[in-house]
Each structure stands twice: as C-alpha cells, then as structure tokens.
Design a protein around this ligand. Structure first.
Ligand code: HEM
Length: 395
C-alpha cells in the first residue's frame, strides 16, 4: 500500500516534481487521484503502450485532465477518421524537409532579438528572447502580422495557465480563448476577395472552400498551432539554459564540439522537457496493473516521468548531452506525435547556438527565476542571465 499523493494542480509539485515522479513509478505506477478523480501512468513502457492503443485511450474528449471548456475541436482533440483528415492537411508544411529551409530565417531573427542585450551584459532570456522567437516564427508561418505577436502571446499564455488547486481553465483562459477565435475570424475576413496567400492561413482558407474542413476546424487549427507553436518551445529554451548553467562541464562540451548542440536539445527534452503530461479518456473497460479502468475516466500520461524512468534509461538522473537517444516521449509518439517537432528542434538548436556564441559565460541569476503553473507544461517565465558585455556588437 503506497502513501504517495500527487496533485498536478498543486503548485508545490511544480518546482521539483522529480522525486514524487520517482515515487509514483516505484510505488504506484497506476495512480488514482481521489480528489479530482483521474488516473496517472508514470512509467515509460506504460505511457508508450497507452499512446499506441489509441482506441482504448482516446484524445476525443481533450488532452487535459480537466474537461474542455469553450473550445472547438482541434487535431489534438480528435480521433480517427477526423484526426487523420485534419493532420494530413498541414503535415507537409511542418515536415523536417520543409522546416530545414527555415534555418536562416530563424537565425536572423535570433540574432536580431539578442543583439540589443549583448552590450548590456544582462538579459531575461525568456521575455527578451525565448518567448519572442517561436511566436514570431509561427506568426510568420500562419500569416499573422508581426505587430500582433505580443497580443497573441498574452492570450496563449492565459490559455495554458492554471490557478492553484483549481481543476478547470480559469475565466481569463476562457476569455483569451474567445479573443483568439475572434482574432482568427477577423484575420480570415480580411482576406476575403484577395488572392490566396502562401501561408498556413491561406492553405486552410482554400481547404475550407474545397470542403476539406469546416470553419470551426479552421479556428481550431489556428488555435492549436498558435499555442503549441509557442508555449512549449519557449519553455524548452529556458529549461535548456537553466540545465547548462547547472552542468558547466556539459556546457563546456558544447564549446569543444558544437555538433553536440543538437544532442543537448534532445537531452533537455528527455531530462527536463516542457511537456509534463498529456491526458486521454478511457473508452472501454480495461485492466492495467491489476486495476479496472472504466469508460469515461481520464488518465494522465506523465511523459516527463517516463523520460526519467530508470527501467528505460541508463543513468536516467544524469544530464548528459552525449546521449543520442531520440525515443523520449517529450514530443509524444504515435498518432498524435508532435506535428511541430522538427520546427521546435530547429528553433531550440539555433537559439542555443546563438546564445553560446553571444554570451558564452552566461550565469543564471537564481534569485530572479519565475515559473509558470500548469499541469501539462513545465518551465520558466523569467530567467535572467548575466554575462560579460560585448563591446563589438552594435546595440
Ligand atoms: C519543445 C516544443 C514542443 C513540445 C515539447 C511539444 C510537445 C508535444 C507533444 C507531447 C504532443 C503530443 C500530444 C499528445 O500525445 O496528446 C504534441 C502534439 C502537437 N504539437 Fe507539439 N510540441 C512542441 C512544439 C510544437 C510546435 C513548434 C508546434 C507547431 C508548429 C507544435 C504543434 C503540435 C500539434 C499541432 C500537435 C498535435 C498533433 C496531433 O494531434 O496529431 N508543437 N506536441
């Protein structure tokens, strides 16, 4: 009988959840949260098996433990055949080959964002950089103007945030969801009567005209891409900088062999990635670890714990940028595997290359760290770095 207690809505678990995740894996690999009424799986093999068995563990009622409120369906919250239809509409735009050609665009933007701070010797790597880079790129891909980025980021932040101990999206999140839908509707209306444009919005508008998806599904696509294309990559960059600050020998390896920078991105995804968990809904009675799960029950797949499962990873608790394994669950797997993984990997790698080049001796100001609060995404909202100012860069 275990005494372990876990509530992902309790802020106490957000700073360092890893000890409780280990306890869950060891003592309660299938855990029942009595207060809110959901299951949690925390071992690698269990999570992977549940992802593959998408008929038993479906996405159709949302990927969060709490019920969906005020949201239209998205590729993430549908099951086949709707999921297959929606995913195929844009998958090619985010494929590794398509994304590889964006290296220069991402690098130019990264340099532009970092430049004014290099002479100062101080930067909030989240607010001044990591929150801006992915939003600027996804806005460009979607076809939204640059001047709208801050507004859109404010709304997407509000959608992901959860109030302490509260098992639902707060009022501000619902309002932000509504504002985002209104924004998309206006953006679509502005294009009426203009020639089709070569961006994601342009493609979705044409696909709607061709009857391939509904208007509601267009809004849902823009919603999931705005949020997913922004929140997690921002947090990945912050977590990576924090881990390298704490592991100076690992950071030194990146200077000795810059080809390890891509591995550092991957290892941060495994060791301290931004995805905590994704939820599923049980569709049929099924036995797991000797207990019976009932149709309609929610189950959280704790990917971040699976990525530290010592049953899967040798020296799971060691941050090692020389690891080459990419089969962590940070980007999920199977049917709903992250559509933007290639883009996120590119942005994080270029970001790290430019940060190491511009501020090689950065040190995190631990007293200024601030964290976001969400059961599904984990990372910082403020990470201040101090470093030797650069006299050779124009502000
Ligand atoms: C470090 C950054 C990122 C992380 C950690 C991440 C993580 C994930 C995870 C774990 C899933 C699987 C969800 C599930 O199994 O229920 C997912 C799905 C998804 N991601 Fe990402 N993601 C990132 C970046 C991005 C970016 C940049 C985009 C946008 C271009 C994106 C778009 C999506 C979409 C649309 C899905 C749903 C795919 C489907 O249901 O078929 N993600 N992501």
């Amino acid at each position: 009988m275990t005494t372990v207690e876990f509530d992902p809505f309790d802020y106490r678990y957000h700073d360092d959840p890893y000890p409780i995740y280990k306890q869950l894996r060891d003592e309660a690999p299938l855990y029942w949260n009595e207060k809110h009424g959901f299951w949690i799986l925390s071992r690698y093999e269990d999570c992977r098996r549940a992802i593959q068995d998408f008929k038993t563990f479906c996405n159709g009622q949302g990927q969060t433990l709490e019920p969906l409120k005020g949201q239209v369906p998205t590729v993430l919250t549908t099951d086949p055949p709707d999921h297959t239809r929606l995913r195929h509409l844009v998958v090619a735009l985010f494929a590794p080959a398509a994304v590889a050609s964006m290296d220069a665009l991402v690098r130019d933007l990264a340099r532009e964002l970092l430049a004014p701070h290099l002479v100062a010797g101080r930067i909030d790597i989240i607010a001044d950089f990591a929150a801006r880079l992915p939003m600027a790129i996804i806005c460009q891909m979607l076809g939204f103007p640059r001047e709208d980025e801050d507004q859109l980021r404010g709304w997407t932040d509000a959608v992901v945030h959860r109030d302490e101990g509260v098992f639902e999206m707060p009022e501000a999140g619902l309002q932000a969801t509504f504002n985002l839908y209104q924004y998309y509707d206006k953006a679509i209306a502005k294009r009426a009567g203009t020639p089709p444009r070569d961006d994601v919005l342009g493609k979705l508008i044409e696909d709607e005209k061709a009857g391939k998806l509904s208007h509601e599904e267009v809004l849902g696509y823009l919603y999931i891409l705005s949020i997913a294309g922004n929140e997690t990559t921002t947090k990945l960059i912050g977590n990576m900088i924090y881990q390298l600050h704490h592991h100076p020998l690992q950071k030194a390896l990146l200077f000795q062999d810059p080809s390890l920078i891509a591995s550092a991105v991957e290892e941060t995804m495994r060791f301290d990635g931004p995805t905590q968990m994704m939820a599923r809904t049980v569709t049929r009675e099924v036995e797991v670890h000797g207990q019976t799960l009932k149709p309609g029950q929610k189950i959280g797949l704790l990917f971040i714990s699976a990525n530290r499962d010592e049953r899967k990873w040798p020296d799971a608790e060691t941050y090692d940028v020389r690891r080459t394994a990419r089969d962590h669950l940070g980007f999920g797997a199977g049917l709903h595997a992250c559509l933007g993984a290639a883009l996120a990997r590119l942005e994080a790698r270029v970001a790290l290359e430019e940060i190491l080049a511009g501020m090689p001796n950065f040190v995190v100001d631990e007293s200024a760290l601030e964290r976001m609060h969400s059961p599904s995404v984990r990372g910082y909202t403020k990470v201040v770095l101090n470093f030797t100012p650069r006299g050779d860069v124009a502000a």
